[in-house]
Every structure is written in structure tokens, then in C-alpha cells.
Design a protein around this ligand. Structure first.
Ligand code: TNX
Length: 509
């Protein structure tokens, strides 16, 4: 596979074009309800951001971040002040606000003020992202239209997965992606930290994993790994934007980097060479060896300690080099280890073929041609109480080519044009899957063919905006309405330097 793929000209950030004042109708994701009324709120040199009604340090921090985000496009100083009343942009944490869940908010805009109200700081953050979209993407202050937005998400889990194992990406690059995602109310970043081609996170008790196993990637490049401090810093950065990081240690397959680092993890006691190709399904931990379970325990203990979030993802996909009975026995013990460290298991949906532990979350990555029996096993597990995250490969895999002309990308699940990524209903997707079992949606970006920030953005944008809409909006997108709304994000992506793909099926202006 070629990874040094040239980008098309359309991926180059353009000069920001003059942005029309965005109305409520252009919000992406679409809010639950909007009532336009009266005249709006004009921002000016004297506008301040007020976080003072609550005296809450976290609200203050949300206000500071919003100020940072608005200063660039508006060119205004936007000081953040504690003084409670007096107009401008007011953030209010209000436990008596209407119950809009953990993430909902209300935004009211009139001549005196724009007021953001929520029961939680996360809700205030999301309100702030809505406010950003109601102002021009660049080039000056602007006026927030008059009216009220009342909003809450359809699904709790709105995720993006990034594979930093096939090609290494730095924590700085991932922060940039977090910023890009959080503005569209994506609240989960799943990091695929280990695979055959590289081990990307430092583990103190097994140092060669990162030191040796991190030193390779697809195509023979140098690879790399994150220190624990870099990882903690990324987790904090994401948390500041209300994005929960879900670390994945893929087991018992996809482990060549670990096997190459420690001979003792191999059944024959011999370490294989590092791997820089793109095959899958050839490596397995030695499931009959107790040393393997020391490794699993030590790694999961250290990763759990790095994780303030609820979940540890243990992979479990494509374990075709592990016999089914060994797979099931291994996954039992890996799941027990996750539970011992106080976390909830997430695994790819192949876990449904073994014995998912109570509460384990399954991530479905099938597609239209996936066999009925496999789908039925996932539906049955959901009925037995396992929440499901939907990542259909022929809808949400950001590494699938848009069409035959896309240079990076794979096509084993078919091409995924933007419209195809957008136009489906997660609530009615998998036969027999109860709507309430759907925890949410997630868009994975595997990186066998994606090596640079430019390629990442080209594959993710604009399709990841479909993920954002599917996850948050109460109604799944109707292309006639959604297509133009997606296209209206172009000036915003351009102002932010996002090298998105000007896909042929989007009605760009
Ligand atoms: C399948 S999806 C995989 C990955 C590949 C991907 C490429 C899944 C759980 N496993 O190992 O990178 O396809 O699209």
C-alpha cells in the first residue's frame, strides 16, 4: 500500500471567502428546537464573556476557552469577567434549568445578551460551540440571530476513532483533531494504540513494547510512541473540550509489535521481526501461557491508571490466528482484568461470538454484506443488555475511499461517498437491535494508507460531519436539507485550515 499519497488540489486550505452571517438553519449538528424571534445580539469591541453568576471555576474555564475560540474569527478582545449582570455573552450553570440531560443547553439571543444556560459545564461548552457557528467563520464580529435554541443530543456516544498504530501520529496532531471534532459536539476519542505495526504507548513494566515495538509503522517509517505524560496531557486536553478518551489495546490478535518486543510472549519463545505491511489476522498472543496473562494484567493496569474515563477497549477483532475456544477463554480473562481495574469493557463486535461480560459494550463494524448470522449475534447480545456502538464500515469508516479517484484509502467495504455516510438511521439500522441498545455512533479512521495530517483531514472531512449529525441530531439527515447545510461549513473549515475533500456529491456553493 502506498502511504506517501499525493493529495489532490482540492485538499489545500483556501483563502477564507467572505462568510454570510450564519443563521439557525445552518447549525451542524441541527439542534433539537429553534425559535427565531426579535432582533439578535451584535458583538462589538465592548462585548465581554460573563461567567460570574455561578462563581464556578469550571464555568470560568469554559468561558476562557470560548473566548479563545471566538477571538480569532471576530477580532474582538472578549475579556472574560466574573461580574454577573450587564449583557454580552453570559454563561449560566443552572441546576433548575429544564432537564436537557448531561449535555443539553439553552441559548437565548436578544439585543441585551446572548445567554447560555445548562445544568452541566459540558452543556455550556456545547452551547458555546453553537454560538461559534452563529457567528461568521472569519473576518469580523457579526450578529447572533435573535431567538432561542433548546438542544440535547440523541445519542450519548458520538465518537471518532484514530489508529495511531499503523502510522504514528503525534499528540499535537491528535489535539488538532480533537479541536476539529469537539466543535461539532463529538464527545469521544477512541485511540487505537497498538497493532501489528506498532505499539504507541509507554508501559513501564514492559518497556520494550514502546521502545522497540513502537519503532516501526506501515511502509517502513520510523514510527514512534507517546510517553505517559504526553498521553495524560492529551487526555486532559480532550477532557477540557468534553471529549472522553477511550484507549484501545487490541488483543489477542493485532499484536505483532508486542510479540516482536518480547520473545516470552510467543508460544515458541521466538520473537518475530517487526511488521510494516498491511495484512491483518496473522498474529496472536499465546493464550495457553500464564506469562501472557501477566502481560495483559500489567498493560491494562497501567492503561487504566492513565484513564479517568469509563472505558477500556480491548479490541478482539480479526483474531483469525487464535482458535475460537482459545479466543473465548482469553477474552474472559481480559474482560476480568478490565473489571478489576474498575473500567467497562468495549470490544469490537466479534466479542459477541465469545462471552461478553455483563455490561460490556460492543462496537459493530459490519456492513451491508455482513452475514445475517453475525448480525443476529450482535442483536441478541444487545437484547441481553449489551450497549452497541455503531460503526458500519460501509458508512462510517473514514479510511474507505470516497470513490475510485480517492488516492489514500481502502475499499474492502466499498466506496463511501459523503451522502452514503450521512443517509442512514442509527436507530433503525440493524435488524432486531432495540433502539435503546444503541449507545451511539463512531467513525473510525484506520491509517494503513493515511500517514499525514493532510491525509487524515482529507479522509475525515467532510464525512465526519455526517457522524456528528447522526450522533447529535434528533432526526437522521435528509440529504436535500443536509447537503447544503454541510456545504455551508466550507468557509468554517477553510478558516480553520482543515484540508477537507471537496467531494463531488456535496452541493458546495
Ligand atoms: C478492519 S475494523 C480492521 C482493521 C483494519 C481496517 C481497515 C476492525 C475492527 N479491524 O484492522 O485497519 O479493517 O479498514
Amino acid at each position: 500500500a502506498s502511504c506517501a499519497t499525493a493529495r489532490g488540489d482540492d485538499a489545500k486550505p483556501r483563502a477564507p471567502r467572505p462568510a454570510a452571517p450564519a443563521g439557525f438553519g445552518q447549525l451542524l449538528p441541527a439542534p433539537a428546537t429553534v425559535r427565531a424571534s426579535g432582533s439578535g445580539h451584535a458583538l462589538g469591541p465592548g462585548t465581554v464573556i460573563r461567567t460570574g453568576r455561578t462563581g464556578n471555576a469550571e464555568v470560568r474555564r469554559v468561558g476562557e476557552l470560548l473566548a479563545e475560540q471566538l477571538r480569532g474569527p471576530t477580532g474582538l478582545p472578549l475579556p472574560v469577567v466574573d461580574a454577573p449582570a450587564g449583557g454580552g455573552i453570559e454563561l449560566r450553570l443552572d441546576p433548575s434549568a429544564p432537564d436537557l440531560g448531561d449535555e443539553g443547553y439553552r441559548l437565548e439571543s436578544g439585543p441585551r445578551a446572548v445567554t447560555l444556560t445548562a445544568r452541566t459545564p459540558a452543556g455550556l461548552f456545547h452551547a458555546g460551540q453553537t454560538l461559534r457557528q452563529l457567528l461568521p467563520a472569519a473576518g469580523g464580529a457579526g450578529t447572533v440571530p435573535g431567538g432561542t435554541v433548546t438542544d440535547a443530543p440523541r445519542f450519548a456516544h458520538r465518537g471518532a476513532m484514530l489508529d495511531i498504530a499503523r502510522h504514528f501520529f503525534t499528540a499535537e496532531q491528535v489535539k488538532r483533531y480533537v479541536d476539529q471534532l469537539a466543535q461539532y459536539k463529538v464527545n469521544t476519542l477512541h485511540l487505537h494504540l497498538t497493532d501489528d505495526q506498532g505499539w504507541r504507548i509507554a508501559i513501564d513494566s514492559w518497556p520494550r513494547l514502546a521502545e522497540y515495538g513502537g519503532g516501526s509503522e506501515v511502509g517502513g517509517g520510523p514510527g514512534g510512541h507517546w510517553t505517559k505524560d504526553e498521553y495524560r496531557d492529551l487526555v486532559r486536553y480532550a477532557a477540557d473540550r468534553y471529549v472522553e478518551v477511550v484507549p484501545e489495546i487490541d488483543m489477542p490478535g493485532h499484536v505483532n509489535a508486542a510479540l516482536a518486543s518480547y520473545a516470552e510472549l510467543n508460544c515458541d519463545g521466538k520473537a518475530p521481526p517487526r511488521y510494516t505491511g498491511t495484512k491483518v489476522g496473522f498474529s496472536s498472543l499465546c493464550t495457553g501461557s500464564e506469562r501472557t496473562y501477566d502481560f495483559v494484567e500489567d498493560v491494562l493496569a497501567e492503561v487504566a491508571a492513565l484513564t479517568p474515563g469509563r472505558y477500556l477497549h480491548i479490541g478482539g477483532d480479526e483474531a483469525s490466528a487464535t482458535a475460537p475456544a482459545d479466543y473465548a477463554a482469553f477474552m474472559d480473562r481480559a474482560q476480568q482484568a478490565v473489571a478489576r481495574h474498575g473500567k467497562t469493557v468495549v470490544a469490537w463486535h466479534q466479542l459477541a461470538e465469545a462471552r461478553p461480560a455483563p455490561g460490556a459494550v460492543l462496537q459493530y463494524w459490519g456492513h451491508d454484506r455482513t452475514g445475517a448470522a453475525e448480525k443476529a449475534r450482535v442483536a441478541a447480545a444487545a437484547k441481553a443488555g449489551h450497549p452497541v456502538i455503531l460503526s458500519p464500515a460501509d458508512r462510517l469508516y473514514l479510511d474507505m475511499k470516497y470513490d475510485a479517484a480517492t488516492k489514500p484509502g481502502l475499499s474492502w467495504a466499498g466506496y463511501v461517498p459523503v451522502r452514503r455516510a450521512c443517509e442512514w438511521d442509527p436507530g433503525a439500522y440493524l435488524a432486531g437491535l432495540p433502539a435503546e441498545a444503541v449507545l451511539g455512533v463512531e467513525a473510525p479512521l484506520w491509517t494503513e494508507t493515511v500517514a499525514t495530517r493532510e491525509e487524515l483531514e482529507y479522509m475525515a472531512f467532510p464525512r465526519v460531519l455526517c457522524l456528528a449529525e447522526l450522533g447529535w441530531s434528533q432526526e437522521p439527515p435528509d440529504w436535500a436539507e443536509y447537503g447544503p447545510r454541510l456545504a455551508a461549513q466550507a468557509p468554517r473549515m477553510e478558516a480553520q485550515g482543515i484540508g477537507y475533500h471537496r467531494a463531488a456529491d456535496v452541493p458546495w456553493q
